[in-house]
Design a binder for this molecule. Structure first.
Ligand code: ADP
Length: 561
C-alpha cells in the first residue's frame, strides 16, 4: 500500500510539473510571438517609408542583423534581398504575405523551415509605386524555445522530482502509519481517521461475532472432549476431505497414534488397507462396518457418513473393542457343545440299560447291577446339571445370594463333616487346622468352594494319602489352604484346570464322578467373594490351593454386590 501511495503521489507531482511546463511554454510562446509580430510590422512600416522615399539607395550601408529585407517588384521579381543574391530568385508574387500586401496593402504570414526547428514570420507592405517591401525574421519554435530553456527546466525538474519523492515518502508513511498501528482486536481505539469510523465499527461488530462463535465452538469442543474422553469406545471424526478433525483417547490408542494425528490423513497415521476401504465406502455416503484384528484384540469399526444436503460433509468412525464379547461368545459355544457332549454319554448308557431291562434281556441276577449303573449315570447327570446351574448362577453374578460376615473355620468344619465318609472310604486322612476366622462373603459359595477343593483333594489322591484344610488370618486378611499329597497336576495343565470341562485325565475324572466344572465354580465363586486363588502342584507329590480373602471391608464389598 505504501508503494502504491508513493507511486501515485510521485506520478501526480510529475504530471502537474509537465502540465505546468507545457502551459508555461505555450503562454510564453504566444506572448513572444505577438511581440515579434508587432515589432516586425513596425520595422516593415519604417523600412517601407524609407524605401518609398529613397529607393534602392535606402539599402546602401544598411546593416540588418536580425531581419531579412526583400524588395519585390510589381511583377514579383526581386529587386533587392539583404541576405542572398537576388538575381534569379524565383517569383515572389505567389507568397501569401505578398499576395495579401498586393490586395490589402499589408500582408503577414509565417512558415516553418523544413526541420521545424525554425519558423520565419513575414510582413509585406506595398509601396505607392506598386512594389512591395517584405521583412522577415526568424522566430524560435516551441521546440527551440524548450531546448533553449532545457537547463533551467532540468534543474526545476530535478528539484521537483526530489521534493515530490520526499513528500510522497513522508506522506505515504504518515497515511499508512496509523493503519499499521491499528489494533484489530480493539478497532474502535484508532487514532486519526474519522472517515474510516464506519469501517472500524463494522470490524468491531465482526470481531464480537467471531469471538462469540469462537467461545461457542470452544465450549462445544470441550463438551465433546469431555464426553468422548472417558469413553471406552473409540471415536474419530473426519471432514469431507477425509482429514482427521478429532480423535478420542480410546481411538488414538487403538490406531497406535496420539492427538498429533489431528489435521492429517488416516493413511499417514495407520496404513491398514481395510481402514482405507471403510473410509472410502463412508466417503461414498454409505454406512459400513468391519471387524479388524490387531495385537491379539478384535475391534469392530463402524463408519457413518455425515450427510448435508445429500453430500458427504464428514465421516464418523466408532470403534468397539469386541475382544471380550467374542471370547465369551466363543466360550458359550464351547460350553454348549461340551454340555451336550457330557450329557450324551450318561443318557446313552441309561437308555441302553433301560432298553435291555424293558425287553427282559437281562438275567435276573444282573438286574441289580444294571439298575445300579442306571442310578450311577443318573446321579452323574444330576451332579452335572447342578454344577451347570450353579455356574450359570455365578455367571449372572449370584444376584440371589447375599454377602454376610461368616466364620470360615465353621464352614470348613461343615465340609469336613460332609466329606469325612468319602475320605474314610478313599483311605485318605482328612484334617482341619486353625481357628475361627471372620470373612465377609457369600456363605453358600464359600461352602461350595471348600467342598470342591477338598473333594478334589480326596478324589485325586491315593490310599493312605492326606488332605488338610488350614484356616488362618493376619493383618492383611484371611487365608484358607487346602493341600493334599495326591497325584498332583502336571505343570502344563495347571493354568487350564480352572477352565470349564477341563480335565487332566478325562477318563479317570469320569470314573471317579468328576464333572470337570468343580474348579471353574471355585474360580468364579472366589471372584464373587473378592478372593484370590493360587495353585501349587507337583505331580506325584501333591497339590495346594490357597484362597486369600482381603481384610473385611463390608461397605466396599457390600456396594459391589
Ligand atoms: P473334576 O470334576 O473333574 O474334578 P475340576 O474342575 O474340579 O473337575 O478339576 C479339573 C481337573 O483338575 C480334574 O479333572 C483333575 O484332573 C485336576 N485336579 C483338580 N484338583 C486336583 C487335585 N487336588 N489333585 C490333582 N488333580 C486335580
Amino acid at each position: 500500500m505504501t508503494k502504491r501511495i508513493f507511486q501515485s503521489i510521485c506520478l501526480t507531482a510529475l504530471g502537474v510539473f509537465f502540465a505546468s511546463v507545457l502551459l508555461f511554454m505555450g503562454v510564453l510562446y504566444e506572448h513572444y510571438t505577438g511581440v515579434q509580430r508587432r515589432q516586425l510590422r513596425m520595422q516593415t512600416e519604417l523600412a517601407a517609408q524609407g524605401t518609398a522615399n529613397e529607393g534602392l539607395g535606402y539599402f546602401d550601408g544598411l546593416d540588418v542583423q536580425y531581419y531579412r529585407i526583400t524588395w519585390i517588384d510589381k511583377d514579383g521579381s526581386v529587386l533587392y534581398d539583404s541576405q542572398s543574391n537576388f538575381d534569379g530568385m524565383e517569383n515572389h508574387l505567389e507568397r501569401e504575405e505578398v499576395k495579401e500586401a498586393v490586395s490589402e496593402g499589408l500582408g503577414e504570414s509565417s512558415r516553418y523551415s523544413v526541420t521545424l526547428m525554425e519558423r520565419a514570420i513575414y510582413c509585406a507592405k506595398s509601396l505607392p509605386d506598386g512594389t512591395i517591401l517584405r521583412l522577415s525574421m526568424a522566430q524560435n519554435t516551441v521546440l527551440t524555445l524548450l531546448l533553449g530553456m532545457l537547463q533551467p527546466i532540468c534543474i526545476i525538474f530535478g528539484a521537483a522530482l526530489g521534493l515530490s519523492l520526499l513528500m510522497a515518502y513522508r506522506l505515504s508513511k504518515s497515511i499508512v502509519k496509523p493503519l499499521n498501528k491499528l489494533d484489530l482486536d480493539e478497532p474502535m481505539k484508532h487514532e486519526g481517521y474519522d472517515e474510516l469510523s464506519p469501517f472500524f465499527e463494522r470490524i468491531a461488530i465482526q470481531q464480537r461475532k467471531i469471538r462469540r462463535q469462537e467461545n461457542e465452538l470452544r465450549q462445544r469442543k470441550s463438551e465433546f472432549e469431555a464426553v468422548t474422553m472417558g469413553m471406552e469406545e473409540g471415536i474419530v471424526l473426519f471432514n469431507k476431505k477425509q482429514i482427521i478433525l478429532a480423535v478420542n483417547p480410546a481411538a488414538a490408542r487403538i490406531l497406535h497414534t496420539d492427538q498429533t494425528c489431528v489435521g492429517k490423513y488416516l493413511l499417514s497415521v495407520n496404513r491398514s488397507i481395510k481402514l482405507q476401504e471403510l473410509l472410502g465406502r463412508a466417503g461414498e455416503g454409505r454406512y459400513a462396518e468391519m471387524k479388524i484384528d490387531d495385537g491379539g484384540r478384535s475391534y469392530q469399526f463402524s463408519a457413518s457418513p455425515v450427510l448435508s444436503e445429500g453430500l458427504v460433509s464428514g465421516i464418523v468412525f466408532l470403534i468397539l473393542d469386541i475382544t471380550e464379547k467374542e471370547k465369551s461368545e466363543q466360550m458359550r459355544r464351547e460350553f454348549t457343545a461340551n454340555v451336550s457332549h457330557e450329557l450324551r454319554t450318561p443318557l446313552h448308557t441309561i437308555s441302553g440299560y433301560a432298553e435291555l431291562l424293558a425287553n427282559d434281556l437281562v438275567k435276573p441276577e444282573d438286574i441289580k447291577g444294571f439298575s445300579g449303573r442306571i442310578y450311577e449315570e443318573a446321579r452323574r447327570m444330576i451332579r452335572l446339571v447342578e454344577d451347570i446351574m450353579q455356574l450359570s448362577r455365578l455367571d449372572e453374578g449370584a444376584a440371589d445370594m447375599n454377602m454376610e460376615t461368616v466364620d470360615l473355620f465353621g464352614i470348613a468344619q461343615e465340609v469336613q463333616d460332609r466329606l469325612s465318609k468319602e475320605a474314610r472310604e478313599a483311605g485318605v486322612q482328612f484334617v482341619l487346622e486353625g481357628g475361627p476366622v471372620s470373612v465377609y462373603g457369600i456363605p453358600q459359595l464359600l461352602r461350595e468352594m471348600i467342598y470342591n477343593l477338598c473333594d478334589n483333594g480326596i478324589k485325586y489322591n491315593r490310599r493312605g494319602g492326606k488332605v488338610s484344610i488350614i484356616v488362618n488370618q493376619d493383618e492383611s486378611g484371611a487365608e484358607l489352604i487346602v493341600s493334599d499329597n495326591g497325584i498332583g497336576i502336571p505343570k502344563e495343565h495347571q493354568e487350564r484346570v480352572f477352565e470349564r470341562f477341563y480335565r487332566v485325565d478325562k477318563s479317570h475324572s469320569k470314573e471317579i464322578g468328576g464333572t470337570g466344572l468343580g474348579l471353574s465354580i471355585v474360580k468364579h465363586a472366589a471372584k464373587l467373594n473378592h478372593a484370590a486363588i493360587e495353585l501349587h502342584s507337583i505331580p506325584n507329590e501333591g497339590t495346594t490351593v490357597s484362597i486369600y480373602f482381603p481384610k473385611t471391608d463390608k461397605e466396599a464389598a457390600g456396594k459391589e454386590h
